[in-house]
Design a protein around this ligand. Sequence first.
Ligand SMILES: Cc1cc2nc3c(=O)[nH]c(=O)nc-3n(C[C@H](O)[C@H](O)[C@H](O)COP(=O)(O)OP(=O)(O)OC[C@H]3O[C@@H](n4cnc5c(N)ncnc54)[C@H](O)[C@@H]3O)c2cc1C
Length: 388
Amino acid sequence: MAFRGVDYLCIDSLFNEEELLVRQTARQFVDDRVLPVIRDCYRDARFPGDLVPEMGRLGFFGANLEGYGCAGMSNVEYGLIMQELERGDSGLRSFVSVQGALVMYPIHTYGSDEQKEKWLPRLQCGAAVGCFGLTEPDFGSNPAGMRTTAQKRGSEWVLNGEKTWITSGSVADVGVVWARTSEGIRGFLVEKGTPGYSASDIHGKLSMRASVTSSLHLADCVVPDSSRLPGAHGLKPALSCLSQARFGIGWGVLGAAMDCYETARCYVITRKQFDDRPLASHQLVQEKLAWMITEISKGQLLAFHVAKLKDSGRVDAAHISMLKRNNVAIALECARLSRDLMGANGIVDEYPVMRHLCNLETVKTYEGTDHIHALVIGERVTGVAAYR
Ligand SMILES: Cc1cc2nc3c(=O)[nH]c(=O)nc-3n(C[C@H](O)[C@H](O)[C@H](O)COP(=O)(O)OP(=O)(O)OC[C@H]3O[C@@H](n4cnc5c(N)ncnc54)[C@H](O)[C@@H]3O)c2cc1C
């Protein structure tokens, strides 16, 4: 059955016609192309790579960027695409987030004209895939400690180090790799096939199984100076990319939450226990549904407001921390409550709930953990940084 949306508070009335059309396009894509395959992809730990060209044609990659074939959408439109994609699967939304927010955005914002012309049109249509290498084995929440180095040698740079937990790492044609130089942290575009650059996949994941996650190895990997992002100085540019991706996550997880809520709601209306009464007739069951729909509605308003702030140039990283932290937390709780309401059936992959629940455990961790975003908000309201 086609997804009809979850809209308790008439939030659709906040969207204009174009925004609703963009959402419908993404919704249809997920219903027709993602849902029929995603369960098997997840079981087989396989990314549905054949969907990439179609997502390119639909304008999903770098959708809120201008030029180079990008759709130039508003941040509300972009957010609605993320929401629908994550209703399909967090792994698919992660792929699109990385491609757009973590690879196209830094090239668009910090790259040279040559880098933009070479990569953006190909990344936009899905002819090329990108990855973003920031996390290292010993530096996750604290990327400032990174050990990967880039040493200048004439007109070249020699990169050494290791990145890990990198989405799309082994399938990427280009990696945005962050490394420490004698002048501070810099970003480099490292192409697949460059001698000294390799990727190996991380196996055994019980979350994000329909997404490729890899380690990147850099061993005396030589790249020309023209592959350095000329506008990226220090760690701030890398963090600015994370803000873009976190914004998309804040919208995306609402899609996973809606799918869980709607699946559980339909289930409790038809499932009967005790005197042939539906589960929905019990007060404890209704309380859970009431909590979910209230939190989803609040999350929608938060996402919409932050998108409007972003469109008007007034958003900052601490706003996005609140969006990411809150919406991931409520989505995860919606998945847990939905799983609970469905009893034993909640754990099988005939339903999407357990898959969303497992995926959302990753979403809570990546792009700044729940704790780190609490500390960002804490610093904003007290003026005191408490990371150390
Ligand atoms: C599936 C997946 C895909 C990913 N994709 C990418 C990618 O494409 N590119 C990339 O660069 N990275 C990626 N990551 C890495 C991700 O961003 C990191 O896992 C994340 O930043 C957390 O780092 P960590 O896992 O090392 O945890 P740690 O930093 O070791 O944290 C462990 C725990 O300690 C807590 N903690 C840490 N410091 C503090 C503190 N100061 N105060 C309170 N609590 C604290 C954390 O909140 C957490 O609960 C991905 C991760 C996963 C799981």
